[in-house]
Design a protein around this ligand. Structure first.
Ligand code: ADP
Ligand code: MG
Length: 255
């Protein structure tokens, strides 16, 4: 251990799919308070790494520690309870839900199922559930998507959906939030808004680990940046160091 305050740490984390090593003994840390970027060419193992540390995949070797506690063998909802929450590269199916409902029904926390009855039987809810609903409304306001709350979730743009997903993740009160390609397919105006929101949440104390293909976005937002290549950490450094590293250029050009 390095003595840094790591909100997330992996030790020799490993995942294979048949003959393919998607995660090749990855030892890395995300320091508390940072916005850490994760980049690397397609197939480098970025999403697999997220799936491993969030409990969606079981590793073939190594350890995951969240807030200093080992979470390696935990289910996603248990990892969430330890403070790590993630969003998905591909949005979930949201048919038949309003934006508000989509925000409250999450695959990784138990919150959704208990909050949904609020809409049908408001008298029957607990104080804590009411508090969650209030927080949901606050987040919708804060992200300036409150006007969309009653719209069908399938009617909003991809960019707006990213904001809903971020708001949903925030409901779980994460210490560290993992975002998988938050601006993929998002227009520049919304991408800038997302950047501002991430910075604001970071100032409030949320640590971020962000996978992003948009180099302008991630170089502007994140420090440090971890570069994955063929399942392994190629380097970690400041945006400037990463940008000028020959190995990184080669990894992208070499495919
Ligand atoms: P990235 O997110 O960096 O583009 P991924 O983590 O999605 O990369 O994929 C890394 C490698 O692992 C790729 O070769 C991919 O095809 C493979 N892979 C990822 N998930 C699975 C899976 N569930 N089954 C088989 N192979 C997978
Ligand atoms: Mg990916």
């Amino acid at each position: 251990s390095s003595g840094r305050d790591a909100v997330l740490r992996t030790e020799d984390l490993r995942k294979t799919f048949g003959g393919l090593t998607a995660t090749d003994d990855v030892t890395m840390e995300v320091e508390r308070g940072t916005i850490t970027g994760m980049i690397g060419p397609n197939g480098a193992g970025k999403s697999t790494f997220f799936n491993l540390v969030s409990g969606f995949y079981q590793p073939d070797g190594g350890k995951v520690l969240v807030n200093g506690e080992e979470t390696t063998d935990m289910e996603p909802h248990e990892v969430t309870e330890h403070g790590l929450v993630r969003t998905f590269q591909t949005p979930r199916k949201l048919e038949g839900m309003t934006v508000r409902e989509a925000m409250l029904v999450g695959p990784q926390n138990q919150l959704g199922e208990s909050v949904v009855p609020l809409f049908t039987q408001p008298g029957a809810v607990e104080t804590e559930e009411r508090r969650n609903l209030e927080r949901a409304e606050e987040l919708l306001e804060r992200f300036e998507i409150a006007r969309l709350a009653d719209q069908p979730a399938t009617d909003i743009s991809g960019g707006q959906l990213k904001l809903v997903e971020l708001a949903r993740a925030m409901l779980a009160e994460p210490d560290v939030l993992l975002l998988d390609e938050p601006v993929a397919g998002v227009n520049p105006t919304l991408a800038n808004k997302l950047k501002a929101i991430i910075r604001e949440l970071n100032e409030d104390g949320i640590t971020f680990l962000i996978i992003e293909h948009d180099m302008g976005f991630i170089m502007d937002l994140a420090d440090p940046i971890v570069v994955l290549n063929q399942g392994a950490v190629l380097m970690e450094g400041t945006p400037e160091a990463v940008r000028s590293d020959d190995r990184v250029v080669e990894a992208y050009l070499g495919g």
